[in-house]
Design a protein around this ligand. Structure first.
Ligand code: G
Ligand code: MN
Length: 364
């Protein structure tokens, strides 16, 4: 099939109002046209705010120009949007023209409305410095001693209101854009390490949440290795909580990435254990140091089934030499029950509500 120049015009015109984001570029990767949806996501008035720096065929991991492309292929497109660089999962369609040239139609793969909204919202937060962290204490339940701080991502909308994490994160996890959120978080996290020096919090681990999906991204481990070096962090000072909101296909590969992190002294905790996708196979395939029991268990700890399940996890952790922490502890009664069952550590509103750095500083 070839397309005459006027038909090319009609094709692009018909995509103008399409809900998916489309960008047209030529063989030299010059952007020629974007539809309204693209302009919306990237908040771009002008085509020159976006650059396509490379197009990588996902299946063959080759550059567009190295191979004879099929008429449509899945691709990672290396993009620059104003000042930020990221890869975007896309489908690229090659459309041959009558004059034997082609043009290329990039279709952003996250194309349901919520995903596009998440993409747009995240880009806006990144560009406008609307990414912050709140901190919640983790304690030894018996003594109350501070053992860790969990840094919780807090993104804000244009009006400064907190965007609920489940609105964006599950939808952009695994996108390279999410690595930029991690980088922005690490920048913010430096404030916590400063605090750590000021307040002599030896032995307190500061945990950041990441998804195993994010960890699968290349460069991801490098970001952390560089960070640990830059801040001269000692083993155990920075930890990661591995959260999962989607099924992970290649746990083994994730495990290999995580091993590299462990090797530089970053302890790993399985987050929300026992709920959603955070399953027993995580304990088998990921080199973890601790287990954080999902808060549903705290909620129903008075029920026999729940307390038996917690006992089971306590025993698994003991056998595998893993630390264990109960999440979502809101009452004295829940806390006492966790202690009685043998869960050593805890976190929850009873002990501490998440606070931004300035307030945390006052309460240390
Ligand atoms: O997935 P993860 O466990 O990282 O999520 C932690 C979230 O749970 C945070 O957003 C935090 O504000 C919230 N949280 C922390 N402690 C409690 C608690 O005691 N009860 C409830 N309902 N939520 C909590
Ligand atoms: Mn967590």
């Amino acid at each position: 099939m070839t397309l005459s120049v006027d038909k090319q015009f009609y094709l692009t015109e018909s995509l103008q109002q399409h809900p998916s984001a489309f960008i047209v570029f030529d063989k030299d990767l010059r952007i020629q046209w974007m539809n309204n949806s693209s302009r919306y996501i990237f908040n771009a008035e002008n085509d020159n705010e976006i650059e396509i720096k490379g197009v990588f065929n996902v299946t063959k991991s080759k550059k567009l120009h190295d191979i004879k492309v099929a008429s449509s292929f899945e691709s990672n497109v290396d993009m620059k949007l104003r000042k930020i660089n990221f890869f975007l999962r896309s489908r690229v369609h090659e459309v041959p023209l009558e004059d034997k040239t082609s043009f290329y139609l990039l279709e952003v793969l996250t194309n349901d409305k919520d995903s596009l909204e998440a993409l747009r919202g995240t880009i806006a937060c990144l560009e406008n410095d609307r990414i912050d962290l709140a901190y919640q204490k983790q304690v030894d339940l018996k003594s109350g001693k501070l053992i860790g701080l969990e840094a919780l991502l807090r993104m804000r909308d244009e009006e400064g209101k907190i965007i609920p994490n489940d609105k964006f994160i599950p939808l952009i996890e695994g996108e390279s854009l999410f690595s930029l959120v991690v980088i922005a978080s690490l920048e913010k996290l430096k404030e916590a390490f400063k605090l750590k020096e000021e307040f002599d919090m030896l032995g307190v681990t500061i945990y950041l949440n990441v998804s195993a999906h994010t960890a699968m991204q290349e460069n991801f481990t490098k970001i952390f290795i560089d960070y640990v070096k830059e801040l001269n962090l000692q083993p155990g000072e920075l930890g990661l909580e591995i959260t999962e909101t989607a099924e992970l296909e290649d746990l083994k590969k994730a495990g290999e990435s995580f091993q590299k992190l462990k090797d530089i002294g970053i302890p790993l905790a399985i987050d929300d254990f026992g709920a959603g996708y955070s399953s027993l196979s995580y304990l088998r395939d990921l080199p973890v140091d601790s287990v954080k029991l999902d808060k549903v268990f705290a909620e129903t700890i008075s029920e026999k089934t729940t307390s038996e399940l917690i006992k089971f996890v306590v025993s698994v952790c003991q056998t595998l030499s893993l630390e264990m922490l109960g999440e979502g502890i809101e009452t004295e009664d829940q806390k006492e029950k966790f202690i009685a069952i043998g869960c050593p550590n805890g976190q929850g509103y009873l002990m501490h509500r998440p606070e931004f750095i300035a307030d945390l500083k006052k309460n240390l």
